[in-house]
Unconditional design. Structure first.
Lengths: 342, 342, 342
């Protein structure tokens, strides 16, 4: 695919600085780009790389243009612009339309869909227009997959769950397994609570490899539009995640947590159950949220690392913080006594 | 399925308060239940919802009965009773008995079992009565799956492993992969220790989606009866987990840990290797257990979160706890000197 | 397989102490070994077990030989020697050579390879000599798997990725899913950055069950020779892991981290993105690395657990460390004043 800077701007906005007839075929980093390629400067701290790039043109913010020795596309948000150009120049290669002869299809599949080798689609399932289900996927009874969604190899979807339009579901994702619900007998053994809710996933959701989203116990687990989940995330039963919230890898969300819109969670953050988290909350990596967060803002709770010997010395003290506080209070009292006398 | 309150009590115990001929078809929450449905009050803090429920009857504890405006089933443990009713009214829909033509069966399968599309069952494997193996499962050579167990789509079981009766194994579970065992060369490279043990799983075990249980190195990894593991849990080689222990999502247990009976582990708890944990130990979410726990009880170790700016201010101090303790001791000494003089 | 001690030493080095004609058929622990079996003493703290072992011979270090009542193989590194003997005596059983009729092969497979039931191998993929791809694996377009590598059931490999020679890839591993890259719109929604890099994996790499390694965004994600990854590890896009580095289960590495050679990571360690970690760095279990580690050494950062009531008492203080430090400083000032006067 060859496009000119003028064509890009005609489609995606922004302004050309320089010759709009310059042609580009791909977009990559300032270091890697060569002649005939487009690049971008997203982080102003790499501004010095402009001087040495071999790219034919660079996407830059207005205040950076003066330092750009090549032709440029000027936009207030170069990173967002890069995302749009890359989606256009590097579209995913769709597998052929149709149902592979080795697939077992007991449900309904749109003519425009692509169903890969050894896929199973259960009775009552509905696969929408232009959906891709790659090899070895398992789509349970009465599931629904919306138009233009793409399920990579080996996705498992339990019965009755729904995915909206334009989803991207990566390999090893499990949608709709039973939530972890048991009542306890007096002898300590456990009696299973049947998990009869579903998982309902909105439009434009992306779910990373080996992430698991459990079905609700009595109600449904809900993932709203535009949510982005990275790999190896665990979402418990009855959880509700608001639109456009994003979670990095290895996050865990326990059952019945209710998370707002446009939140962000760093890697390995852990959210306990039955909490409410407001809209626009940002949780740092490695932070455990053990009570509700009613206000937007940034929240953190992890311990800095040290050289092992220093850590041993300092963290043995953590077990004695309470007595340290007591000692300080006692010192304050004794000192006040002395000060009175002196 | 339609049952009367009298029929429920005849089967599951407890007492009817009100008209035993009342019929119900399903069980759900107090908020969601409508006429013809049963509900339950498990947590006394929701007692006020009794006044407004539209349920035809409610399962309640004896001390709550006076506040219940509907017919009731009275039992000392309403949540346990709910679990039993739900299992009865909402049985799992079994797939058809028999072997799907696309499955590859090289082992032995009971006539009453259900083997789904594109399943592989290796030579020497034995699949018991009424077992369900859903689509795309892989059961290695010489494995054994006990009667009435249910393997959801995409389970992988390595050769020689055993699952008891009535297990529920969710999608993406891997049973019997090699433990992480290597000897180190002087140049820093690693030589693999062959992992020749097995995984032995008892009766009535449930294992959540994408959980992994490694085979033993020389001995076996053992999961006793009634153990319940949530999603995304990692169990290392040679681990032994006692009966009726339950672990929430994202827990990790390192190799050769020996865990007692009836323990509970909160989400993302981490257990280091070669430890012993007594019976009836409860570990909080996010807690790392780095030494043995010889006594029953509740154990915790995580840091509370704060607004990010407050966290920065307070946690930078963690690195200096040892010198803080030194300063306090020095202050105590100097103060004692002054006190002597005054 | 029956071998004599003399044959073992001829192949693997070391010296026989006692009768070199003694025959052994297997190797196991000192407790489990019986007549006709070999054992080893790797950890000197178990030296007392030598007195009671029923093994026909034991692998020991030179300084332990005097306490060994059986025949022995003497070597400075008994554990490494055990690994080599076990690999020889307990070779993995290869599945039959050839392509199972239920597999769908659109790429190129060496005649000596073993392709299992219901595997899919995409167009342009190349499977090397003696490679094993077990049941339900999915190998995307244009992938390359090097000679003697072994992919256990249910591995998913996205298009264009490469695995070197002699790899062991466990079930549920996902190689080459999209990295987690989005640009943010002003309304808080996310625009996907196409992930056009690959995953390049060197020789002699082992990857544990359900581990995920994302493809690069513009560059490649690189795993060098001899790296060993345990189960449930998440490796983000553009990460580079140096040769012979080993990571225990549940570790997470965020995008663009650059990790040195011969490093070790304890379970559930978490590495933030865009960091550099030097060669020969050892990170403790449960430690979050939030800034670069430029020097070799041991680094730790986790909190010790306590009985729950003690934890509550002590950790509530963590939120007030800054004011504790202020109080200590104030005490020091006031005390100095008094000391001047006295």
């Amino acid at each position: 695919m060859v496009v000119t800077l003028a064509e890009i701007v005609a489609r995606l906005g922004g302004e050309v600085a320089g010759d709009g007839r310059i042609e580009v075929t791909a977009i990559t980093t300032l270091d890697a780009a060569g002649p005939g390629q487009l690049s971008f400067l997203a982080n102003p701290k790499y501004r010095a790389k402009l001087a040495t790039t071999k790219a034919s043109a660079v996407i830059v913010a207005p205040d950076v243009l003066k330092d750009c020795p090549t032709a440029a596309i000027v936009t207030p948000q170069p990173y967002l612009y890069f995302a749009r150009v890359a989606q256009w120049l590097q579209p995913r290669q769709r597998p052929p339309v149709g149902i592979h002869p080795s697939a077992v299809v007991e449900g309904t599949v749109a003519d425009s869909a692509s169903i890969g080798a050894n896929v199973w689609i259960g009775p009552g399932a509905e696969i929408g227009e232009r959906v891709v289900v790659e090899a070895n996927g398992s789509i349970g009874n009465d599931c629904h997959v919306g138009a233009d969604s793409w399920l990579h190899p080996g996705v498992a979807m339990y019965s009755g769950c729904r995915i909206g339009a334009r989803a991207i579901i990566h390999s090893g994702v499990v949608i709709g397994a039973d939530g972890f619900g048991f009542a306890r007998e007096t002898d300590g053994s456990w009696v299973k609570i049947p998990q009869s809710g579903r998982v309902l996933i909105g439009d434009d959701v992306e779910i990373g490899a080996n992430t698991t989203i459990d079905r609700g116990a009595l109600e449904d687990t809900v993932i709203e539009d535009g949510v982005k989940l990275d790999n190896q995330i665990q979402i418990g039963h009855n959880v509700h995640i608001g639109a456009h919230t994003a979670m990095a890898g290895c996050v865990g969300v326990a059952g019945s947590a209710r998370i707002g819109r446009r939140c962000t969670f760093g890697g390995a953050a852990m959210i306990l159950g039955h909490l409410e988290i407001a809209d626009d909350v940002n949780i740092s990596s490695g932070t455990m949220i053990a009570k509700s967060v009613p206000n937007a803002g940034n929240y953190t709770g992890w311990v800095p690392f040290l050289e092992h010997a220093d850590w041993l010395k300092n963290f043995s003290r953590v077990r004695h913080l309470d007595s340290m506080a007591d000692k300080i209070r006692a010192l304050e009292g004794r000192l006040a006594e002395l000060e009175k006398k002196s």
